[in-house]
Write a new protein. Structure first.
Length: 318
């Protein structure tokens, strides 16, 4: 009897140890692993996405979105497709050993690994960075050509204003008096009898924020709407030298004197232009790279989904 109790106790202890070990093992599951199981929903060559993998990915999706995906076969298929491409990308990244690099290990520390899909997405982005982003180089010539082809946006200047306001329904006398005042200030500026900052402080009717900045309106380009009218914009760009200013220019609310503070050159903007071109190149080459990962056409095994039927003609599940 005593021997039976001992044997039973050993069995129970062994079972408990098995449960604990199994539980610990599951708790430390590698978030980069793909746990296949259940029905195959799509495949590309030898790579497939199963129901278990979709269910795992669904953990990171809001409930309302899940319901929407489950109800519409086309949306569900799009989700499965993205998941399949993600799986292919992580396999490619593993082949290149990206998951073992110091860069990715540092990235892992920043990620909330509650959902494994986040870690897999980070690995995919690291692959794209290595295979696409790091290989893109924008030359000075490419930047210059882009600048020359887009002068309406990239030819920029910094300007300031002095504004002489007229009332909403002015008399001819008021208009004449305001214009005389504006002309007098312009003449004094030309003659050096008053500095620009003094003229702004003493005479400008611009709002307080602009006055406190000595009339600065900031950076404008040829299609900018920072100045009240196209005529003012054109007059500003007609100024040749930094420090030059216009004669008083009429507008429906008054008269403006515009000063050219700075011409922003290509060199001033070269690095910004390169970033713009680089982002556009990344967008295009990223798509091409992701397409290149597919070694065969994608086959679908999703109930109610027909890839040959346009989206608008597909009906949601009841």
């Amino acid at each position: 009897m005593k021997k039976q109790k001992t044997t039973l106790g050993l069995i129970l202890i062994s079972a408990l140890i098995f449960i604990l070990v199994t539980g610990c093992s599951n708790g430390k599951q590698d978030p980069l692993e793909w746990n296949e199981g259940g029905k195959v929903l799509a495949k590309c060559g030898n790579v497939k996405i199963t129901q278990a993998e979709v269910d795992d990915a669904f953990l990171s999706v809001q409930v309302e979105r899940r319901d929407q995906l489950n109800k519409h076969p086309q949306l569900y298929a799009d989700f499965v497709t993205r998941l399949l491409i993600l799986k292919i990308a992580t396999i490619k990244a593993n082949e290149k050993g990206i998951q073992n690099t110091e860069d990715f290990k540092e990235k892992q520390k920043e990620i909330d690994a509650m959902y494994s899909i986040q870690m897999k997405s980070a690995l995919q982005e690291m692959l794209i960075h290595k295979e696409v982003v790091e290989k893109i180089i924008i030359t000075d010539k490419e930047a210059r050509d882009y600048y020359n082809a887009n002068m309406l946006v990239w030819e920029k200047i910094e300007v300031s204003e002095i504004f002489f306001k007229i009332s909403e329904n002015p008399t001819e006398k008021e208009i004449k008096e305001v214009l005389q005042k504006a002309n007098k200030v312009y003449e004094d500026l030309v003659a050096g009898k008053i500095s620009w900052n003094e003229a702004v402080a003493k005479y400008s009717d611009s709002n307080q924020v602009i006055k406190e900045r000595n009339g600065e309106r900031g950076v404008i380009h040829r299609r900018s709407r920072k100045l009240p009218s196209d005529e003012l914009n054109m007059a500003a760009f007609a100024l040749v030298n930094e420090g030059d200013f216009t004669k008083p220019i009429a507008f429906k609310t008054g008269y403006y004197i515009i000063k050219l503070d700075k011409k922003i050159t290509f060199e001033d903007q070269k690095e910004q232009i390169k970033r713009v071109l680089s982002m556009e190149r990344v967008r295009v080459e990223r798509e091409d790279f992701m397409d290149s990962l597919k070694t065969a056409p994608i086959e679908y095994f999703i109930e109610g989904y027909d890839p040959n039927v346009p989206l608008l003609q597909q009906k949601p599940k009841p």
